[in-house]
Ligand binder design. Sequence first.
Ligand SMILES: [Zn+2]
Length: 181
Amino acid sequence: MQVYVFRTADVAGVALELTGRGFTLVPEQHGAGPAHFSTQIGKALVEIYPATGDRPCDRCAGNVSEDRPATVCRKCLEDLLRLPKEPDMARVLACAREIIARVDRHGVSSDAIAEKIDEVLFSRRDVWAAAHMGLITEEEAATVLLAHLATLLQNACGTTFHSEATESADVLAMRHALFGD
Ligand SMILES: [Zn+2]
């Protein structure tokens, strides 16, 4: 899980502000470390820590890695707070299964499809966050997800659902499933 750290001289003030905006903040203190707050946004954890002065922003610098917490500036904190919590996963899975069902006896379980969707959207590729930060378009997000599902099928049964005739309708359907109509 990606951890983002926002440091501020006014932890209590920021915590109050976020609570007022509907976020659930959990007070935390690890050992003798400073008291701080954390909140879960989608699959990321955002922590509000006390500090004075400005720190360089890892996210602005493109320095974000799941292996370590990333410092964020105020603007990046706002971006994160705007992330929708999650797409309607049941709808995304149903859409994927409908497209995949075009291939007879593909032998790929619903669980395997769901796992691949989760991986592409939230883990390895983080397509969900990229789309909501405007790094890729909604159409590109849907296209990337479908490409990974096509590869999953290709590897499982040697054939896939992809064809030029259905591609644009598939991308549109997946885009709606991911981002709503
Ligand atoms: Zn930043």
